[in-house]
Design a protein around this ligand. Structure first.
Ligand SMILES: [Zn+2]
Length: 384
């Protein structure tokens, strides 16, 4: 049994003796807390009716975010990178409330708002609604041309973003258009990258289509979200530039079942069916080629707290259980630039640890129920 001593939130010693501990973890498998590099926890729950973002009150949004944060932490996810919310800065609000101890939730990195072209994948233009009905708070990161994007990026950095998120290509489930069609140009993406890197923060690109993935990598982004339709050249470029992929390969199954049951628009269901298997094949090819893949679930598309359901698909599609766990711990920490703080049970890191009954290396699905959750040395969940 390993004893982990945590003082002021950080691990100060590790030993194999029994020691004098409050938390008895004998019989458990201990891991560092999970890191989800692609979540949307500062939003209302999963819905295909995006007009809710036009009408939701700040109070309702804060309450939904609070619940999402608590559920996410209880699932063993002690760190998240919140890569976007339609309501500008709702992630920052949640991050700051967690840091002040007002809300129970994971340690958060946040993007300020989606950097996106007019009517692009991050712009909340919904068929049937007049543009005048769209509140300004959901359109804060809209720009066109490198100069405007530079300006929006500077405002995001000044406002306290930990990471910038560009919408390089269209969304898979957007109305109209071809899934993954390029939206931002390479020059526009490069303008954002220059601002972010000058400020010492990273840029991640939402990119489904092969061309957009290549444009984003060429423009210097640090990671790619989704990477659904990457081709061999995109994979080669990612390897060459050490760009990580964050691939959400479980939620297609969720949408295929729940989306149908809940009567999501036919166009969403069809586009989901067309891209889920293709994306899983890309996952296998990218992993085999040696591309760094971090655990990013896109939770928010499916219920928060179900993040660990993705591990089973990662193992089915070619990762060993240990590789899948590393994708959610040490590899994810490196990708988000917090590898001095989280991702391993090592002296000096934050005291984030989780424990499960059973052996995830022989059955990865045991990670879907985390018995013990400790964040920064504070116990949030202890058995049932
Ligand atoms: Zn997402």
């Amino acid at each position: 049994m390993q004893t982990v001593v945590i003082e002021s939130g950080r691990i100060t010693s590790l030993s194999s003796g029994s020691g004098n501990v409050d938390l008895d973890l004998s019989g458990y498998t201990c891991l560092p807390g999970f890191i989800d590099t692609h979540t949307h926890i500062a939003e209302p729950i999963s819905t295909a009716d995006l007009s809710v973002f036009y009408t939701i009150s700040s109070r309702e949004l804060r309450e939904a975010s609070r619940v999402n944060a608590e559920v996410t932490l209880a699932a063993g996810v002690t760190t998240v990178r919140n890569v976007g919310s339609y309501v500008g800065w709702s992630g920052r609000d949640l991050r700051d409330r967690i840091n002040r101890g007002e809300v129970i939730g994971p340690r958060m990195q946040v993007a300020g708002y989606y950097l996106t072209i007019p009517a692009g994948g991050g712009d909340l233009v919904i068929p049937g609604f007049e543009e005048s009905e769209i509140p300004a708070r959901v359109r804060m990161g809209i720009a066109r041309g490198p100069d405007e994007f530079r300006q929006k990026a500077e405002e995001a950095v000044a406002g306290g973003a930990d990471v910038l998120k560009v919408i390089a290509s269209g969304a898979v489930l957007a109305f109209d258009g071809v899934p993954g069609a390029p939206e931002m140009t390479a020059e526009e993406i490069r303008a954002v990258v220059e601002v972010a890197h000058a400020a010492g923060i990273k840029v991640t690109a939402h990119a489904h289509g092969a061309q957009s993935i290549k444009d984003a990598i060429g423009a210097g982004v640090d990671s790619i979200e989704h990477a659904s339709l990457a081709d061999d050249e995109a994979i080669r470029m990612a390897l060459e530039k050490n760009v990580a992929f964050s691939m959400d390969i479980y939620n297609g199954s969720y949408i295929a079942t729940v989306g149908r049951e809940d009567g999501w628009p036919e166009e969403f269901i069809r586009k989901n069916d067309e891209t889920t298997e293709a994306q899983r094949q890309v996952f296998t090819r990218a992993h085999e080629a040696g591309v760094r893949i971090s655990f990013g679930t896109d939770s928010g598309v499916y219920p928060h707290g179900d993040n660990a359901k993705q591990f089973v698909v990662m193992v089915q599609r070619g990762m060993t259980p240990m590789e899948a766990i590393k994708a959610a711990t040490s590899v994810a920490a490196e990708v988000i630039g917090w590898d001095e703080d989280v991702g391993t049970l090592t002296i000096g890191r934050f005291g984030d640890l989780i424990a499960v009954r059973g052996d995830p290396l022989s059955d990865i699905s045991v990670l879907q129920h985390i018995d013990v959750v400790v964040k920064g040395g504070l116990v949030f969940r202890q058995g049932d």
